[in-house]
Design a protein. Structure first.
Length: 254
């Protein structure tokens, strides 16, 4: 009886060890199965009607020939995420045809990239168990969150991804021992690009800047803040270009 018990215990430990070693890949596989299953069986429940039609129209006309200047396809004056969705949908339209499923693959891969980056962020700056726990929460979120992260509007899945990238760069700059200057430059560039994608990402930027000031005022008040501002402006160039050529319509949103 004891031998059997020890054998079962040993088998259980081997199974746990097997799953732990392959947990990351199991997360990726589970994510793809669940999200693709949703799109293949219930895509109408995660559809956003006319807003996604605009993004699909841009992808279709990029293939067939634009009927308007490119910048005029930006649906919302205050964010360029709609252009990203349309441009990135082009290869999926070429492969699968112009349909809602093909369009939805863009936010799906945004969400997949967020899951991967989140895992490595928490593994690097915290520990593996925390990374697995947070990734599991992203894998099995509430239905509303799933619907939003599969929306091809441009703002919701993109804002989470840009937030993840910014936090990774900021933590590497703040707590890392290597590539601190490069991390700061990337943080500023992604912050600017993310603001053009959707202004809601600026909440993360402000939080990081306040944290930087509180953690290391001397560094914050040095030339490093100029490095951040310079790279931020470079990332913001598409936003600036759109507003210069469209009568600063972003101000109408304010």
């Amino acid at each position: 009886m004891n031998v059997t018990g020890r054998g079962q215990s040993s088998l259980f430990r081997e199974v746990i060890s097997f799953l732990e070693k392959r947990a990351f890949w199991l997360l990726i596989l589970s994510f793809l199965v669940l999200r693709l299953g949703t799109l293949l069986t219930s895509v109408e429940y995660v559809a956003w009607n006319f807003e996604e039609h605009y993004r699909g129209t841009l992808a279709k006309e990029l293939i067939e020939g634009l009927k308007l200047p490119f910048w005029d396809y930006q649906t919302d004056h205050y964010e360029g995420g709609s252009l990203w969705m349309g441009v990135l949908a082009v290869p999926f339209f070429l492969l699968l045809g112009p349909n809602l499923f093909a369009l939805k693959l863009v936010p799906l891969f945004f969400s997949l990239a967020t899951l991967i980056l989140t895992f490595f962020f928490f593994k690097r700056f915290f520990d593996r168990k925390t990374a697995l726990l947070v990734s599991a929460i992203l894998l099995l979120p509430p239905p509303v969150f799933t619907a939003l992260t599969l929306s091809a509007i441009g703002s919701h899945p993109g804002s989470i991804l840009f937030t993840s990238v910014m936090l990774f760069c900021f933590y590497q700059f703040t707590y890392g021992s290597k590539n601190k200057l490069l991390s700061l430059i990337l943080f500023g560039f992604v912050a600017g690009l993310g603001f053009w994608f959707t202004p809601m990402t600026f909440v993360t930027v402000l939080a990081c800047l306040v944290s930087w000031f509180l953690l290391d005022r001397r560094s914050f008040l040095s030339k490093q803040i100029l490095v951040f501002l310079g790279s931020f402006i470079v990332g913001l160039l598409p936003f600036i270009l759109y507003n210069v050529t469209h009568r600063f319509r972003f101000l109408w949103f304010l």
